[in-house]
Design a protein around this ligand. Structure first.
Ligand SMILES: *Cc1c(COP(=O)(O)O)cnc(C)c1O
Length: 463
């Protein structure tokens, strides 16, 4: 028997100093010994409770996910993979990482999963630097059309090291697949990226794959924003169509900060060197090529979040997220707002603020004054800078998590509408909001938030 496993000794654990008691006593200790920091965390808790977060880029982590992030695994330093570490003391971490990998593969129906990326940006960089050489061409959705920095924007290292070509959207705001194909034939990319940060419609992964195949490119699907919908089966899955899929674990999975790299049917396909498979390449792409030590507590938190995603309740949540977004788009349209593409297939609703005479920045700030969060976002053919913009991006992940359904979206749209129609531009990103409307909406937001508290965050302390 392993000498490290001592059976049930009546030692420290019996005196209540095990990992389980740590989180509770640690919170009390922080409160007692660092009231300044503790006070800030408490304020942040209240802000989250009393703010109507109508944002697309976040979800709430279940408190059990937060507990994993604050666990003793945070003390573990390790490089490498389970069974092949470069540090001692990884016995339990190995099992946690294997659990996270198993759960990830099961949730997404993937054959390969890497749970170590510190973020989706990091995941994308790892993938692109594994599949391409500096100077090779990557074809991704242009930033202005809703793409992500790491899909080839000049401001990203991707735009610096690779020849980045961007496809865009047509007059109707939807991806111009004809242009995608023409650009692919003209520039012969090594990698085509299907994915977006600000695009409300489902992606046609079969079309993307057909284009990639025509020019011999690898297809990378970045489902950062829609990972929850994909996991729940309410958005088409790219796992077996793309060569590689990447995602963030916090945006829609209720997980910790972090990323994942997945591969399905193509995981044994040879990489560009013709020797290693894509799965083998991805293992090296993360460690040692682009990351050092892993985030052990974060990997535990990913494992916990994926267990929650695997439950049938998560599918109900995903359906509510999409139902809410459709209803929100309709209710905003009914009040005269210009919703891009005329609606949504996802959790995201994009609104052009130009008809209101407002920049995205002014609209964002006016809403925040009233306790409503939605972020400024560039829209196709935007004439304003990325800091100012002409659009607002809404999302329904957190509304749905708080239990708000499609029948509540009229109320949410109405609050937004009241604020935006009582706001005037005041030079640059400045704005002036009618104080009477502001106070009325603030109170209404507060009441709505109290009726729909953050789920799991308000449990009475155990007696
Ligand atoms: C947010 C986002 C990322 C980056 O994710 P991080 O985890 O914040 O690095 C990558 N791709 C897309 C499409 C995104 O929307």
């Amino acid at each position: 028997m392993d000498s490290l496993t001592l059976p049930n000794q009546a030692g420290p654990a019996a005196r209540g100093t095990g990992q389980r008691d740590l989180t509770v006593s640690a919170a009390a200790s922080l409160r007692r010994h660092d009231p300044e920091l503790d006070g800030l965390l408490e304020q942040e808790f209240r802000r989250q409770q009393d703010t109507l977060a109508m944002v697309a880029y976040a979800s709430l982590a279940d408190p059990s996910v937060l507990a994993c992030g604050a666990s003793v695994l945070a003390n573990v330093t390790a490089e490498g993979y389970p069974g092949a570490r470069y540090h001692p003391g990884c016995r339990w971490l190995d099992q946690v990482e294997e659990l996270a990998v198993r759960r990830t593969r099961a949730v997404f129906g993937a054959r390969y999963a890497n749970v170590q990326p510190h973020s989706c940006s990091q995941a994308n960089l790892s993938v692109l630097f594994a599949l391409m050489r500096p100077g090779d061409t990557v074809l991704g959705l242009a930033l202005d059309a809703g793409g992500h920095l790491t899909h080839g924007a000049p401001a990203s290292v991707v735009g610096d090291y690779f020849h980045a070509v961007g496809y865009g959207v047509g007059e109707d705001g939807r991806i111009d697949y004809g242009q995608l194909r023409r650009l692919a034939h003209r520039y012969r990319p090594k990698v085509v990226i299907a994915g977006a940060s600000a695009y409300p419609r489902a992606l046609d992964y079969e079309r993307f794959r057909a284009v990639a195949d025509e020019v011999g490119a690898y297809l990378l699907a970045d489902i950062s924003h829609i990972a929850g919908l994909v996991a729940a089966g309410v958005h088409p899955s790219p796992i077996d169509l793309a060569h590689i899929t990447t995602l963030s674990t916090y945006k829609q999975l209720g997980g910790p900060r972090g990323g994942l790299i997945l591969s399905g049917a193509e995981c044994d396909t040879p990489g560009p060197d013709g020797v290693r498979t894509l799965a083998q390449l991805m293992q090296r792409a993360v460690f040692p090529r682009s990351q050092g030590t892993l985030n052990a507590a974060g990997i535990a938190a990913k494992a916990r979040a994926l267990a929650l995603v695997a439950r049938p309740e998560f599918r109900d949540l995903a359906e509510r997220i999409v139902g809410d977004a459709r209803a929100l788009a309709e209710e905003l349209t009914r009040r005269g707002h210009r919703v891009l593409t005329g609606g949504t297939d996802t959790h995201m609703v994009l609104v052009d603020t130009t008809p209101l005479g407002l920049s995205g920045a002014a609209a964002e700030r006016a809403l925040e004054e009233c306790g409503i969060l939605a972020n400024r976002n560039r829209i196709p053919n935007d004439t304003r800078s990325p800091r100012i913009t002409s659009g607002l991006r809404f999302g329904t992940n957190i509304l749905a998590q708080r239990g708000l359904g499609p029948q509540d979206m009229g109320e949410c749209a109405d609050l937004v509408h009241q604020v935006l129609t009582a706001t005037e531009p005041a030079g640059g990103a400045g704005h002036r909001l009618d104080p009477v409307v502001r106070d009325r909406v603030r109170r209404a937001v507060h009441r709505l938030c109290r009726r729909h508290p953050l789920p799991g965050y308000t449990a009475e302390p155990a007696a």
